[in-house]
Design a protein. Sequence first.
Length: 268
Amino acid sequence: MGIVLRDSTFKQLRDFVYEKTGIYIPDSKKYLVESRLTKRVLERNLNTFEEYLYLIQSNTDFNELLKLYDAITTNETSFFREPRQFDVLVKHIVPSIIQKQKTVKIWSAACSTGEEPYTIRMLLIENMFDTVEVIASDISESALESARKGVYGSYSVRNVPEFYLRKYFKNSGQSYELDEVVKKGVRFVNVNLVDEKRMRFMHDMDVIFCRNVLIYFGEGAKQKALSLLYGCLKPGGFLFIGSSESLHNVTRAFKPVIIDGVIVYQKE
Ligand SMILES: C[S@@+](CC[C@H](N)C(=O)[O-])C[C@H]1O[C@@H](n2cnc3c(N)ncnc32)[C@H](O)[C@@H]1O
């Protein structure tokens, strides 16, 4: 028989995850936690979820916390996702910043397995913006590990235009390996969006992409992350969120601006 996750233990686990990551796990996802964390319980040679909870709460094993984050995050992403936002970035935002300053800093703030920052990097190369720095981060160490490898399956590259696929990927059978010129242009780091101390290192950004992550957060955590992201931007800097997300009723700190029909949020 499998290990059973009691409702009361699930709630304690949920509170713990929320406090550490901002991610709110609804009751309907209890089965997911149960199935994903059973592996952790067994790998740690434990017998119950209660023992596992005790282990992570005891705050002595940071590696186990990273494994927990890997297990509870949803890393769904793809290259050229929501492409109109990237058009706005390279046609309007980067050119306007470059008129005022030499270098530009773009941060992909929940980059998952790297498709988002690598898409940005390819577009910057194609548009000959060679003074733009791309930093990418995530809370999931295993997602970052595969991002650094830069090898993708055919599903991930399904939206990559043929021109980019030929120019920037080496195809061997089922896998597509990104060219070194793209890989070396993105720096990957582990950043938890609700960790004030860590977020302090991410300052003076001109543009932040924080797409399709706040949807997993509870309301308080969403506000906290947005206020920290605000602090990471330079005055006049831009924030992109997912096109199905909204800051309405969450924060008034950013000014929504519409560029070519795309909503971007600006720090005034
Ligand atoms: C659905 S993916 C979105 C990837 C990409 N931004 C996109 O739109 O395709 C969400 C990512 O957010 C990350 N994430 C979740 N909570 C986080 C947190 N507290 N800090 C940083 N990243 C987090 C997950 O690990 C996951 O890789």
